[in-house]
Every structure is written in structure tokens, then in C-alpha cells.
Design a protein around this ligand. Structure first.
Ligand code: ATP
Ligand code: MG
Length: 451
């Protein structure tokens, strides 16, 4: 390993470690051909050209990167001149996107993380609000979050350049923040979620000093932009490692900040049934991702906020509200409260609520209602949800069997099986106030109970 000491403007001396080609596992055949094209073109034109960030990290742990980012000392304008298929994006910090059909290679000019007094970088209450100064490769490395995200694969000699000890950390499967952890979380609280998410995704441990401030600083997340938190939640839970993400969020006190009402409901649920249901739902989502099956944000949020919904609903029912009204209000209230932390767009919150509200319809066998439920656009998702609820309380077995069959039957078969159910119920009811019983069946019941 070659080594040289560089004095970065952040005042900490950083030692460059060069890991030569024969001492790491990154091979050009695992790199997107388009990224290689960009790297070679920059290099031929006399610029420094490196693969950087998540791609280098993922390649070192044998993962398949989902995108390939490039870092260079060429300015965005210089990059644009080299590639016809290039557009510049971003107002505050210009980035070059080199477009190859559906693949975009992001090319970023080395950026510094130090305040040079030009006003291009602003810190408010310790939070970074603008970040807009070009710098050297060392500057670019130290402004990144975790050491494993700050490795550079150089196209000139196929070596890995490491300014922050990231290579050793990746080998030890360790997440470590660059610099002072508390300060780095204060600058950008979302880094706490990134720590948990990347540890879950990579199977890494969060290093002691990097983990320690998280429970203490967790509430800083309330200051993060709700739209950014929504994106981050999707990455936490819909990328194939949802169970591990959930456990990490619980462990570091982040769940109660992201989903306060659900966390409270989970805590007060003594049997642990609700938590079992959430974990089962996340596990099946992880399996779907592994099998390349589609997953939906609406279903995910229905699952994560179900404990909050149940708890709110019980409260409203205790106040004497009719079941249907209580359900609608509980759904609206939980959605509204959640919006103050996470910006869940309406195109997801509406189907989420439909999944909840359909649950109470599964108890009904009334002909018209059965057909309406079956043809509801959210039927399939709501039925899958019912199957999950069975994990929390085994009282849904008969409903599951009925709707399972109903889906497979054609209209005529279903008509006749409903007729026979009604005949049975009528026979049972003979002589015991049939009128009242029947009317009650027609009304949607409070099937969503305190499970
Ligand atoms: P993923 O596998 O989810 O894409 P990633 O590490 O590539 O993980 P990105 O959000 O694509 O995550 O970010 C690319 C790189 O930008 C990171 O590897 C890291 O070096 C840097 N980065 C991202 N977010 C931050 C942040 N909040 N603070 C500092 N550096 C960051
Ligand atoms: Mg990435």
C-alpha cells in the first residue's frame, strides 16, 4: 500500500491508502459498461476519473450496485463538452447526467465540505442547507457520510483510493461515520437513518461511537424534510431488507420518531401480536423483493401504521361512535398525524386507507356486499392484509377460507354457495328473533378490533 499524508482544510490530516488491483476484488466486468465508457473518456481527456460511493462499497462486498456514480476533477461544463448525451442538473450544486437509454451515469465534480467564506455553503443551527464548493478528492472524501461510502476506484490503475480508513471498515463489515459523529448527525439527521439502512442492507455492525449518539439525537429527525423522510422510508422497507431495517430502527430509538403512534401502540400491546404481524408483513415484502415481485408503498404504510390505526379506532369506539364512522375517522386521524413527520402522498394514503376500511367487510356474507368487495380495486391487497392479521390473532381463519374460495369461484358458483350459507344461517336463527339478527348482519361490523 502506498501512503501519503494530506492536510485537508477540515484540519484533520488524512492518510491516503492505495489498495492496488491485486489486493481487492473489484473487477471491470462487474462495472456497468456505460460507467466504464464515462470513466475512460474522462481519463483520455486528461481528467481524474473515479467510481465512487455506494457502487465501490457494494462491489467490495460482492453486491450488485444499482447505480454507478462517477467523481472527477472536471467541472460540469467540461463534462458536458465531452459527452453529447449529457445534461446538467441541479441549481445549487451542478451535476452532470450522462444518459445511455434507461441508464444514467451521474458525474459529480469533487466537492468540498468546508466553509470558504464565499457564502456558497451555509450552515443553520448546525444543519447544512447549501453545499456548493468544488474541492479536491480529499475534500470530496471527507464530506461523505460513512467511511465505506468514501472509497474511489481509479480507472487509471484499477486501484482503490482510501482517505478515511474505509477499506478496512468494509473488510470488518463496520459502519463508521467520518469525523465527529454527533456533529455529522446534527448537520444532517437523515444520516441516522442511513446508518441503520445501510447496516441492514449490507449486514454491517454500526461502530460504537457512530451508534452511541443516535438514541440521544433521534428527535432531530423531526426537523428533516418530510418528503425526504418518505423516500428514505421506502428505501428502508422496500429494498429487500425491511425486517432488519425495522429491528435497527427499534434498537436505536428511531421508530418512535418516524412512526410515533405506531411505536406507542406496539409498546402497549402486551401480547406482542401486533409486532409479530408487522414483522411477518415485512418478511413477506422482503421475499417479494427477492423474487422480483412488485411491492407497494400503500401496502407498506398500511402495515406500518396498522398498530396506530387499531389503537385510535379502539379509542373512538369507546367514545361510542358507530363502527363505520369510527373506522373512517381513525383512518383520517392516523393519516393526518403521520403527515407531520413523513410526507405520504395521497396516491398512497388513499389506497392505504382503503386497505384498512375493507377489513371490516370481510365478515359480511351478504350477497351484494360480497360482490362489491370482490370487485373492489383494492380487494387483493386487502385480502393479503387479512392473511397477515391472522398472524396477530387467529380469529380470521374462516373469513380467509371464505374469501380464498370466493376469488376462485365464478359468479354462479359464488351465488349458490352464498345461498346455502344464508339458508344455514336462517335455519339457525329460526325462533330466535331473526329480524334483529338479520339486520345486524347487513351492517358492517366492527371486525377490526383490538388485536
Ligand atoms: P444506495 O445503495 O442506497 O444507493 P448509496 O451510499 O449509494 O446507497 P446514495 O444516496 O446513492 O447512497 O448516495 C451516494 C453517495 O453520496 C454515498 O455513498 C455517500 O458517499 C454520499 N452521501 C449520500 N448521502 C449523504 C449524506 N447525507 N451525507 C454525506 N454524504 C452522503
Ligand atoms: Mg447510490
Amino acid at each position: 500500500m502506498g501512503s501519503a499524508t494530506i492536510n485537508s482544510p477540515v484540519t484533520t490530516p488524512f492518510t491516503l491508502h492505495v489498495i492496488p488491483r491485486d489486493q481487492h476484488t473489484i473487477s471491470r466486468k462487474d462495472i456497468s459498461p456505460n460507467a466504464l465508457r464515462v470513466l475512460y473518456r474522462l481519463r483520455e481527456s486528461g481528467f481524474g476519473a473515479y467510481l465512487v460511493g455506494g457502487a465501490v462499497r457494494d462491489l467490495l462486498v460482492d453486491g450488485r450496485p444499482k447505480d454507478f456514480d462517477v467523481a472527477t476533477d472536471a467541472t460540469p461544463e467540461q463534462v458536458k463538452q465531452l459527452f453529447r448525451n449529457c445534461r446538467l442538473i441541479g441549481r445549487r450544486f451542478r451535476l452532470a447526467h450522462v444518459v445511455f437509454g434507461r441508464e444514467i451515469i451521474e458525474v459529480a465534480t469533487f466537492r468540498a465540505n468546508s466553509d470558504d467564506g464565499s457564502g456558497d455553503r451555509e450552515v443553520e443551527n448546525g444543519m447544512l442547507v447549501r453545499d456548493n464548493v468544488y474541492g479536491s478528492i480529499e475534500d470530496d472524501a471527507v464530506r461523505r457520510d460513512f467511511t465505506c461510502n468514501a472509497l474511489y476506484y481509479a480507472i487509471e490503475d484499477f486501484s482503490v483510493r482510501d482517505y478515511v480508513g474505509g477499506f478496512e471498515d468494509v473488510m470488518a463489515r463496520r459502519m463508521r461515520l467520518i469525523g465527529d459523529p454527533e456533529q455529522r448527525y446534527r448537520e444532517d439527521p437523515v444520516r441516522m437513518l442511513r446508518a441503520v439502512r445501510l447496516a441492514a442492507k449490507l449486514g454491517f455492525e454500526i461502530d460504537g461511537p457512530t451508534a452511541e449518539p443516535i438514541p440521544r439525537l433521534a428527535t432531530l429527525l423531526n426537523e428533516a424534510a418530510p418528503a425526504r423522510l418518505f423516500e428514505e422510508v421506502l428505501k428502508l422497507f422496500l429494498a429487500g431488507h425491511g425486517v432488519a431495517s425495522f429491528e435497527g430502527l427499534e434498537r436505536y430509538g428511531l421508530l418512535q420518531v418516524l412512526f410515533p403512534e405506531s411505536a406507542a401502540a406496539l409498546k402497549s400491546n402486551r401480547t406482542g401480536a401486533l409486532r409479530r404481524m408487522v414483522i411477518a408483513g415485512l418478511r413477506s415484502t422482503d421475499e417479494r423483493v427477492a423474487n422480483d415481485e412488485p411491492v407497494s408503498p400503500a401496502f407498506l404504510f398500511a402495515l406500518l401504521l396498522w398498530p396506530a390505526f387499531c389503537r385510535t379506532l379502539i379509542g373512538l369506539q369507546k367514545q361510542g361512535l358507530a363502527p363505520e364512522e369510527a373506522q373512517r375517522r381513525a383512518a383520517d386521524r392516523v393519516t393526518l398525524h403521520q403527515l407531520s413527520t413523513i410526507a405520504l402522498p395521497r396516491r398512497f394514503s388513499l389506497p392505504m386507507q382503503e386497505i384498512w376500511l375493507l377489513q371490516s367487510r370481510f365478515a359480511s356474507r351478504q350477497r351484494k356486499r360480497v360482490f362489491r368487495t370482490l370487485t373492489h380495486p383494492r380487494f387483493r391487497a386487502a385480502f393479503d392484509f387479512l392473511v397477515l392479521r391472522q398472524v396477530a390473532s387467529p380469529e380470521h381463519e374462516q373469513d380467509i377460507a371464505f374469501w380464498q374460495e370466493a376469488q376462485q369461484q365464478n359468479g354462479r358458483e359464488l351465488e349458490s354457495s352464498l345461498e346455502s350459507i344464508h339458508a344455514e344461517v336462517d335455519a339457525e336463527q329460526d325462533g330466535e328473533a331473526p329480524r334483529r339478527r338479520r339486520r345486524r348482519r347487513r351492517r358492517p361490523g366492527g371486525a377490526v378490533s383490538g388485536e
